[in-house]
Write a protein that binds this ligand. Structure first.
Ligand SMILES: CC(C)(COP(=O)(O)OP(=O)(O)OC[C@H]1O[C@@H](n2cnc3c(N)ncnc32)[C@H](O)[C@@H]1OP(=O)(O)O)[C@@H](O)C(=O)NCCC(=O)NCCS
Length: 166
């Protein structure tokens, strides 16, 4: 499994993973699938600002099979937040629990340091205990519990913020 920067041709693979997570879980607080145009605009915007989008790719087939992706962007707008980034990592359901998420998250760290980020923050649904444990194992610490800030599948959702200093 190769971890490498995403290219435009990887965006459909990223889209498939993202839309499956939207449809089947509360890991992403969105109700509707996103379009390819939306993800292409996101890809252009992230790469334009110099932020990384990394993919895990199984290169054993002729067309690379994208099994996961990771990225970070601004935590909040405002120049005072410039040393803080918010990351995301998602792995295709059939490939979870094999270390791909760990590799994808660890591979973000040199990029964050290169861009002078001091801290990474992940926003995880409070019921997503697997992802919370995954982050804690990688040195993230729970720093906030935001109550009923999300709503999906007809219920309120709490968001946990986890933070790691670099
Ligand atoms: C959370 C996630 C990125 C972890 O990636 P991964 O490749 O499964 O994780 P790794 O194999 O590197 O690490 C395994 C850890 O992840 C956890 N895990 C999460 N989902 C799992 C699954 N379906 N099967 C096995 N382990 C899973 C395990 O608890 C394991 O921790 P443990 O060894 O302490 O038990 C991935 O499961 C995922 O994409 N989940 C759905 C979307 C999501 O929650 N994204 C994070 C929001 S930012």
């Amino acid at each position: 499994m190769l971890i490498r920067p995403a290219s435009k041709s990887d965006v459909p693979g990223i889209l498939a993973i993202y839309n499956d997570i939207i449809a089947t879980s509360t890991a992403v607080y969105r109700d509707d699938p996103v379009t390819l145009e939306d993800r292409l605009a996101w890809f252009r915007s992230r790469t334009h600002t110099g932020y990384p989008i990394l993919v895990a790719a199984d290169e054993s087939t002729s067309t690379a099979n994208i099994t996961g992706f990771s990225t970070f962007g601004d935590f909040r707008t405002g120049s005072g937040y410039r040393f803080t980034a918010e990351h995301t990592v998602h792995v295709q359901s059939a490939h979870r629990g094999r270390g791909i998420g760990t590799q994808l998250l660890l591979a973000l760290l040199p990029h964050a340091q290169r861009l002078n980020k001091r801290t990474l923050i992940g926003g995880i649904d409070a019921e997503n205990t697997a992802s919370i444990r995954f982050h804690e194992r990688l040195g993230f610490e729970r720093v906030a519990h935001l109550r009923q800030v999300g709503f999906k599948f007809d219920r309120w959702l709490d968001l946990i913020l986890l933070q790691r200093h670099l």
